[in-house]
Every structure is written in structure tokens, then in C-alpha cells.
Ligand binder design. Structure first.
Ligand SMILES: [Zn+2]
Length: 164
């Protein structure tokens, strides 16, 4: 498997999809997609289907392009997927929009002045944006909380860099 396997998550795995995006993974997710559309989309775009559906994976078209996710908590699921696909938690954190899966682009500070709270604007040197939804990201509270959560999910030897 290449390091950057693109995924599509089934309707039951929304939370896992968001967390994988946080780690920088390319994960499509549609809350209301039918199984047929999911399979069609996956095989057309070369994505691995992440699913918990043991019926779905019996389909002939799904057999070779799925990964069966076990575990009820998103923490267990995230750990399992990261381990299987050799996803390094630290390498691409916050490089992708959590809402639309788009890769984030650097944006000049001057362009976000009206889009973020003023204390954020005053204290943060770098910003990124999603060109699809326009959401602005920065290494603020959200980022710190997410890092702490990820530290808790993965083993201590997974180096996540120095604490900030
Ligand atoms: Zn977005």
C-alpha cells in the first residue's frame, strides 16, 4: 500500500473520517450515500472503503477494495487504520480541511484579519485556508486539543514532536 492511500468511509464512520482528515489523510465521507453509490465511487476513484459492514464486504466488487474496521470507539478504529496503513500521526496533522477533505493552502495573514477573532489574529503568525469552504485554520486551541487527544490515542513511542 502506498503511504497516502485514499479512503472513502461508509455512513457509519463519520467520526473516524474526521479524525483521519485531522491526521492529513484523504478521506471522502458522505453521510447519506447508498451502498451502491459508495461502492461505485470507490472503484471509480481507486479509494479503499472503510467499513464496519460485514454484509457489504461480501460483495464481489468490494472484496479487494475494502478495509474492515473493528472496534466500537473511534479511538480504537483510528489506531487500527493508522497501524494497518502505516499512517504516521505526526507527519501531516492539520493539512486537510476537516469539513470537506480539501488540502489546506497557506494564506497571508493580511487576508484573514476579518475572518478570525482579533486575539487570534494578534497572536498567531501562520494561517491556512480551505479553498472550497473558506474555513481558516491556525495552530490555536483546537490544534492543541487535537494533538493532546492524538497523543492519548497513539502509543508514546509515536513521536509527535515537542509539546507547545
Ligand atoms: Zn473546507
Amino acid at each position: 500500500m502506498p503511504a497516502e492511500t485514499p479512503f472513502i468511509a461508509d455512513v457509519m464512520l463519520g467520526r473516524l473520517a474526521t479524525w483521519l482528515r485531522l491526521l492529513g489523510c484523504d478521506v471522502e465521507y458522505f453521510p447519506k450515500i447508498s451502498d451502491d453509490d459508495l461502492v461505485e465511487r470507490a472503484s471509480r476513484s481507486g479509494r479503499v472503503i472503510l467499513t464496519r459492514d460485514t454484509e457489504l464486504i461480501r460483495r464481489r466488487k468490494v472484496r479487494d477494495i475494502h478495509f474492515l474496521v473493528r472496534g466500537n470507539s473511534y479511538r480504537d478504529q483510528l489506531r487500527q487504520v493508522a497501524e494497518h496503513f502505516s499512517i504516521v500521526p505526526s507527519s501531516r496533522i492539520l493539512t486537510r480541511c476537516l469539513r470537506c477533505n480539501e488540502k489546506l493552502e497557506d494564506i497571508d495573514r493580511s487576508e484573514v484579519r476579518d475572518k478570525v477573532p482579533s486575539y487570534v489574529f494578534e497572536t498567531q503568525p501562520n494561517f491556512r485556508t480551505c479553498n472550497r469552504c473558506g474555513r481558516v485554520y491556525w495552530r490555536g486551541t483546537h490544534h492543541d486539543k487535537s494533538l493532546a487527544e492524538i497523543r492519548g490515542i497513539f502509543r508514546p513511542q509515536d513521536d509527535l514532536g515537542p509539546e507547545e
